[in-house]
Design a protein around this ligand. Structure first.
Ligand code: KIV
Length: 266
């Protein structure tokens, strides 16, 4: 069996100049196939609120729902590192309840957690979480859980000053013990500068080509989710058409009596 991807594997890859891949998964079978395909990190992103549950935004999902999907994905992943997104309000109110919520995700099979933002509280939380034995992936730039404060889906780090601020935030997360940092919706030049000035790997989510890794939402690359498509997402397949075709054929076969056939009955 292939060796499990760990924080050490990812750090070694950055040090060797090798890129790693991150995709989201929300269910057992998808996680199994991503693992089989060689994806290095599988993220149970809180994007599942919109993509799998049809909610309006990521703030609508809670710990109970994230727990169900975390358990399913962890069951399907053997080699890939499993990282679960801590949902809105599950880690920001106080450190003791954050540690309990984080610990429970590890009990369900996650290998690490992802938390958004960089401030004094988040740094303290990262320190305590890693002390507890749980690796933390940071997430800065555009942070969807703070969308209302930011004022929309707005590119971050557009000026030199803003880039310096992002680097300061990233360095603080690194110092606190984060093992990697997602940079979301950041100009490529800013992301390159931040990546070159950090020891830990950066993961681009719409932050260009020079990060140490790339993350996308799997339903975007499969062409399954069709409500909207971010500029940075690449569609590798057309699952929407596949599902429509299968469902239409089944519908027709049922109605014309072609299903079930002789071989499909007891
Ligand atoms: O929720 C999510 O899927 C994410 C990634 C796309 C970074 O946070």
């Amino acid at each position: 069996m292939a060796k499990k991807v760990t924080v050490r594997t990812l750090q070694k890859m950055k040090n060797a100049g090798e890129k790693f891949s991150v995709l989201t998964a929300y269910d057992y079978s998808t996680a199994k196939y991503l693992d089989e395909a060689g994806i290095d990190v599988i993220l149970i992103g809180d994007s599942l609120a919109m993509v799998a549950l049809g909610y309006e935004n990521t703030m609508s999902i809670g710990v109970e729902e994230m727990s169900i999907f975390t358990r399913a994905v962890a069951k399907g992943s053997k080699r890939a590192m499993v990282v679960t997104d801590m949902p809105f309000l599950s880690y920001t109110t106080d450190i003791p309840s954050a540690l309990t919520n984080i610990g429970n995700m590890i009990k369900l099979g996650a290998n690490a957690v992802k938390i958004e933002a960089s401030n004094d509280y988040i740094e303290a939380l990262i320190k305590r979480t890693t002390q507890m034995g749980v690796p933390v992936m940071g997430h800065i730039g555009f942070t969807p859980q703070s969308e209302n404060v930011i004022g929309g889906h707005i590119i971050q780090g557009k000026t030199e000053d803003a880039t310096e601020q992002l680097l300061i935030q990233a360095k603080k997360l690194e110092k606190a013990g984060a093992f990697s940092i997602v940079l979301e919706m950041v100009p490529e030049t800013s992301a390159k500068y931040i990546t070159e000035n950090l020891t830990i790997p950066t993961i681009s989510c719409g932050a260009g080509r020079y990060c140490d890794a790339q993350v996308l939402v799997s339903d975007d690359i499969f062409g399954k989710f069709s409500d909207f498509k971010p500029k940075f997402a690449r569609k590798y397949g057309d699952m929407k058409s596949l599902i429509l075709n299968c469902a239409k054929q089944f519908n027709e076969d049922v109605k014309t009596g072609k299903f079930p056939s002789e071989e499909e009955i007891y």
